[in-house]
Design a protein around this ligand. Structure first.
Ligand SMILES: [Zn+2]
Length: 104
């Protein structure tokens, strides 16, 4: 899990109560609920929702790029060889292996 989007006040209130223990690396974003009543009575809500999901998408793309780039030789687009433990990667150029986000 990379990003959490809390859509609407009910989700945001529940999150505040539950206080789930997450690693700092997981982004928690908030936006209004996309109900017709909400977006039609407060037009700015539509853009706030789009902005939140654009932000989430950008974070996922950046995260994927860092994960699939070899931390030793910089070869990009290394395919995931195992989905266990956050993914396992083997660089086809230098044979370095890593799992999860490449830390360097
Ligand atoms: Zn490499």
């Amino acid at each position: 899990m990379e990003v959490v989007v809390l859509v609407g006040k009910a989700a945001q209130k529940a999150w505040a109560i539950a206080k789930p223990p997450l690693p700092r690396s997981i982004a928690v974003l908030r936006c209004p609920h996309p109900s017709p009543q909400n977006v039609n009575t407060r037009p700015a809500a539509r853009q706030e929702i789009l902005d939140a999901f654009a932000d989430a998408a950008a974070r996922l793309v950046a995260s994927d790029a860092s994960r699939t780039t070899c931390p030793s030789c910089g070869t990009g687009g290394v395919p995931e060889t195992s989905h266990l433990a956050g993914g396992t990667y083997v660089c086809p150029r230098c044979s370095r292996t890593w799992s999860g986000p490449a830390a360097g």
